[in-house]
Design a protein around this ligand. Structure first.
Ligand code: GTP
Ligand code: MG
Length: 542
């Protein structure tokens, strides 16, 4: 039988690099044991590739008494391992070598010091056969050695016997987790000489059914007897193929990489959760939540207060500058809303004094917190558990500096509130001219009144139509002054509104930028990491 090979895909080198990258990106975010397992696979693969690729390491694994050592001896054609009656018999692994030149470093890496040449080389040249201790041993050292070597060897031959082939320990601890290793797994039903011929097929069928349940559909299952030699030629033939192929090492590493990459994206604690690569729309920008954050930050930074002060301050100053001179001075007794906010012209910019805006209330701060959480939630939506947690954390990661950063931009954003429009000056001049006309009229009338009182002859009085000029000047001046003041007020009201809008926009833009830097950028960085991770895992899975 040929080793099943995948269709053209990324090379093992590329997949290993991708696995390493995925493990690095997942570190601190995914469960430690999953990341450690991926790193271990990468490390092991690196080591195996440096060692002899001319040799294929095949391990005989199984329960005590299944006949591993007997099979080992039968294949080697020599009595190399003890076959005992006291169980367990084999306590440390040993190796039989078919043309073992150059296999030394490989066996050193496997930490198998006991090595023997096999009886006859034949078509098994390059085979390194390991006889392992029992996997279900009462001795911990046996189990540890088996677990270590099961991870390191190229091909696994599970030796079972007719009594214990359904053993839960074998299926649950070893076969099921190695379901991805179909290409490098062989199952041998030993001791078939102890069964009547009809029972052998039944036993094989049952064993295959169990293996299908383990996810090992299609693995070779051979019926053999170490005692009578039945089926040994088939087993030898199968091993000869694997040895000649010289690809089991990479098939094994490939399966390791696929399995480890799979564990990186399936949360073992949340069965049924969609795997990371299945998520749709990952990395979407949380637009609605972003606007909500800007809004909450604006309110907490007192933007509505500032905007209102800008509008009112503009109107106040406009009245002082363009009001009717008779009454405008009264305005000066009212406080200037801009000065109250300490909005000053500084370095060519109108900026808000840092400490002048009332501090955010508890409710406003809570609203900011909620908005930050919403950004995290929106971005984390649909991500697998650990990544969703990482994204939510990223949203909060710089929350502590947020208030200061917002205060800073509020204090450095030009609100243009103290600029005086040019028309104010023109209107002011006009107001004074009109006021002078009023005064002139009043003075003239006063002089006429005094001359009349002193019975002096009246000078000729020019008139505009029926109305004498001094009266025209007095009344006209008063009416014009009031009308100009009213028109200016209307203009100032509109101007204040425009300025308020502009201020709101400038502050909002600046604060939105802060929100983006302090909250969205960390989230986006995390999403980008997740995207790279997903890509790496996809490559690693092959
Ligand atoms: N009838 C029969 N007996 C066998 C066969 N293979 C092994 N045995 C016997 O089963 C017993 C256990 O054999 P071992 O080869 O020591 O088994 P093992 O799997 O190496 O056992 P541990 O080293 O304890 O893990 C011995 O008494 C063997 O003679 C077989 O194919 N048929
Ligand atoms: Mg043994």
């Amino acid at each position: 039988m040929k080793v099943l090979r995948r269709k053209e895909g990324p090379s093992l080198d590329v997949r290993l690099a991708a696995l390493t990258e995925a493990a690095e990106l997942g570190a601190g975010r995914l469960p430690d044991e999953v990341v450690a397992a991926a790193r271990e696979v990468a490390g092991r693969a690196g080591a195996r590739r440096e060692l002899s690729l001319e040799h294929t390491v095949v391990a005989l694994a199984g329960a005590t008494g299944s006949g591993k050592s007997s099979l080992y001896n039968a294949l080697a054609g020599r009595q190399l391992a003890d076959v005992g009656v006291t169980r367990p018999t084999t306590s440390t692994a040993q190796a039989a070598l078919w043309d073992g030149d150059g296999a030394g470093p490989l066996l050193d890496w496997l930490e198998v010091p006991h090595r023997h040449p096999a009886g006859e080389t034949g078509d098994l040249a390059g085979l390194v056969l390991l006889d392992l201790p029992d996997h279900d041993s009462i001795r911990l050292s046996h189990r540890l050695e088996v677990d270590r070597l099961v991870r390191q060897v190229d091909v696994l031959v599970w030796v079972v016997d007719p009594q214990k082939y359904a053993d839960a320990a074998l299926h649950e601890r070893y076969l099921r987790p190695l379901a991805g290793h179909r290409d490098v797994t062989v199952v041998v039903l030993n001791q078939v000489d102890r069964l009547p011929p009809a029972a052998v097929d039944r036993c094989l069928d049952d064993l295959r059914r169990l293996l299908n349940g383990d996810g090992l559909t299609g693995v070779p299952v051979l019926a053999v007897s170490a005692r009578t030699g039945q089926g040994l030629d088939d087993l030898r033939g199968l091993l000869a193929e694997r040895v000649a192929d010289r690809r089991s090492w990479s098939a094994r590493l490939s399966a390791d990489v696929t399995t480890a990459a799979g564990h990186l994206v399936t949360d073992p604690h949340a069965a049924g959760e969609p795997s990371a690569t299945e998520r749709e729309g990952a990395g979407k920008r949380p637009g609605g939540a972003e606007r909500g954050l800007t809004e909450a930050l604006c309110v907490a930074a007192g933007v509505p207060v500032i905007v209102e002060a800008v509008a009112k301050g503009h109107r106040h100053r406009a009245v002082v500058a363009t009001g009717w001179p008779v009454t405008r001075w009264l305005r000066r007794f009212r406080p200037d809303p801009l000065r109250r906010l300490r909005i000053e012209a500084g370095r060519g910019k109108d900026v808000v004094g840092r400490t002048s805006v009332p501090a955010a209330s508890g409710a406003q701060r809570a609203r900011v917190e909620t908005a930050i959480r919403d950004v995290g939630e929106a971005a984390a939506d649909g991500l697998p558990g650990p990544w969703a947690v990482a994204v939510r954390q990223a949203a909060r990661s710089r929350a502590g500096e947020l208030t200061d950063a917002v205060d800073r931009v509020v204090a450095t954003t030009s609100v243009g509130a103290t600029r005086r429009p040019r028309w104010w000056r023109a209107v002011n001049v006009l107001q004074w001219l009109v006021f002078c006309a009023l005064l002139a009229g009043a003075l003239w009338l006063g002089v006429l009144f005094a001359m009349d009182y002193l019975r002096l002859p009246q000078p000729p009085l020019p008139t505009a139509g029926e109305v004498p000029w001094p009266t025209v000047l007095l009344l006209g001046g008063a009416v014009a002054g009031v009308l100009i003041a009213l028109a200016s007020r209307l203009a100032a009201w509109l101007g204040g509104r425009r300025r308020a809008r502009r201020t709101a926009k400038a502050l909002r833009t600046a604060i939105a930028q802060v929100g983006r830097e302090q909250v969205l950028q960390p989230v986006e960085a995390e999403l980008a990491t997740y995207a790279r991770f997903t890509e790496a895992v996809t490559v690693a899975r092959g």
